[in-house]
Design a protein around this ligand. Structure first.
Ligand code: NAD
Length: 486
């Protein structure tokens, strides 16, 4: 079903990179080559930005309601081809078809939300301090949006950025994640079939420094929206900040889940497993620090270890999670765990690459629980982006809260308690963009704002109506009238 070569969509044209260079995309479940993808460089990016600049004014002049109707056609195209998209997501990421279908459903919901926002691109009408003067704000597009995404939930990441950028009247150039080229490519195809005007969306394949960096540096790209690591986010902030582009950064996390002594431990254990291990821990919102009250620590730890050992790892629908996205990611994680072990950490389960016959060719990390690490050890502070969770002991609620906040990151957090007092104090005081009571650490629904504090972001929030603030300029308008001429 997948072509042997995944091209760029430069405007509505499917084409190789100008230099005709390619890179291999491997199947994370088997290590086999899936296809080759276009290896784009600055010349390809410049061409896409030129087309975007040409197409954008007419797109901006298309009434937002009509833009929404075209985006709705893309959504219908995604619905009609949901299983095809999901099969590509599954093949590229190694997640099960069930997971991939769920993710595609989320992307469709996101598209539907923004298609309808064409009917609601609200400004504000208010009073003026002067007589015969009327004050209001209107939303206007920025121009060309540069979108750069990670591979972990590939179709959701595409939808999360392309739909809000386009509904606001921008043209967009999307740099796909190099680990998931085909998902972005099929989205480009669906957009073309839906009648999106030529040049309004280009989808480029390639590596970060070769294809992402020229997009970030391009002076005609007015807004850069990035989902990826804090390390790359820092570079983007510097480069695009230098030329005063609008920047949205959705970065990494080291997310805490607190288990109090009054928690429903069965429910808490269920959510730790889902939050730490689903999608092989490759979620910015993953739980990687489990902070447990001393009085229930041993009991809860033993429950977790027992349940973790029963997890099924593979690509089938009844598996709990699959491989990580590439070998480099796997090896980095294994060496971080090894280093922690040498420094005195106790590996309660997992901690290694899975090397049995069913897993040895893929990039499989055994589900891993670790204790006896210090909150400021390297492994406690750096994001591993894999199925690895650390367990910590807290004396009481205030200690748990302090530990939850004692991290360079601030993306998501969860608390398990039956106390309304603890729950409210936790969501009030935890220094994150998302707080959850009695469930997992997770992202936001498509109509709600997601984003992080500290090293997890730059304060922007996507999706929800809040993303409209990223992709549009507000203009403050005053109308003065003269009643004498009425
Ligand atoms: P990454 O930062 O290495 O790459 C992300 C994207 O940036 C890729 O498309 C890559 O090609 C591109 N890129 C790399 N270097 C670049 C450069 N110099 N200039 C421009 N673009 C460049 O991240 P990754 O390892 O692929 O993804 C995992 C990270 O993404 C984790 O840190 C995770 O927490 C984060 N993430 C965050 C969110 C969120 O919403 N906060 C969601 C998903 C993933």
């Amino acid at each position: 079903m997948l072509p042997n070569q995944i091209h760029n969509w430069i405007g509505a044209q499917e084409q190789p990179a100008q230099a005709d260079e390619w890179f291999e995309k491997l199947n994370p479940a088997t290590g086999q080559v899936l296809f080759k993808a276009a290896r784009s460089r600055a010349a390809d990016i410049h061409r896409a930005v030129e087309l975007a600049k040409k197409a954008q004014p007419a797109w901006a002049d298309t009434p937002a309601v009509q833009r929404g109707m075209i985006l709705h056609k893309i959504v219908v195209g995604m619905q009609n081809r949901q299983s095809e998209i999901a099969a590509i997501v599954a093949a590229e990421t190694g997640k099960s078809m069930k997971e991939a279908l769920g993710e595609t459903g989320g992307a469709i919901q996101c598209g539907l939300f923004y298609a309808s926002e064409g009917q609601r691109l609200y400004g504000r009408t208010t009073t003026s301090g002067a007589a015969n003067k009327y004050a209001m704000t209107i939303r206007q597009p920025i121009g060309v949006a540069g979108l750069i995404i990670a591979a972990n939930t590939p179709i959701a990441n595409v939808a999360w950025k392309v739909f809000p950028a386009l509904i606001c009247g921008n043209a967009a150039v999307l740099k796909a994640a190099e680990d998931t080229p085909a998902t972005a490519w099929i989205f480009g195809q669906i957009a073309k079939e839906a009648g999106l005007p030529d040049g309004v969306l280009s989808v480029l394949q390639g590596f970060g420094e070769e294809a992402g960096a020229p997009l970030v540096a391009h002076q005609d790209v007015g807004v850069i929206s990035f989902t990826g690591s804090t390390e790359v986010g820092r570079i983007i902030n510097r480069v695009a900040g230098e030329r005063f582009a609008r920047i949205s950064l959705e970065l990494g996390g080291k997310n805490p889940l607190v288990v109090c002594d009054d928690a429903d431990l069965e429910n808490a254990a269920k959510w730790v497993l889902l939050s730490a291990f689903s999608n092989a821990g490759q979620r910015c919102a993953s739980t990687s620090r489990v902070i447990i009250f001393e009085s229930v620590y041993e009991k809860f730890r033993d429950m977790l270890v027992e349940k973790t050992k029963k997890l099924k790892v593979g690509t089938a629908d009844d598996c709990d999670f699959g491989p990580v996205i590439n070998e480099g990611q796997l090896l980095g994680m294994v060496s971080a765990v090894e280093k922690a072990r040498k420094n005195g950490a106790t590996i309660l389960c997992g901690g290694e690459r899975m090397t049995d016959a069913g897993h040895k060719d893929g990039y499989y990390m055994a589900p891993t629980l670790i204790e006896n690490v210090h909150p400021h050890d390297e492994i406690s502070e750096c994001e591993l982006f894999g199925p690895v969770a650390l367990l910590f002991k807290a004396k009481d609620f205030e200690h748990a809260l302090q530990m939850a906040n004692d991290t360079p990151y601030g993306l998501t957090a969860s608390i398990h308690t039956k106390s309304i007092h603890r729950a409210v104090r936790f969501y009030d005081k935890v220094q994150t963009g998302v707080a959850v009571v009695n469930a997992g650490t997770h992202g936001s629904e498509p109509h709600m704002p997601f984003g992080g504090r500290k090293l997890s972001g730059n304060g922007s929030r996507e999706p929800g109506t809040e993303a409209l603030d990223i992709y549009s300029e507000l203009k403050d308008v005053y109308v003065n009238i003269d009643p004498a001429q009425a």
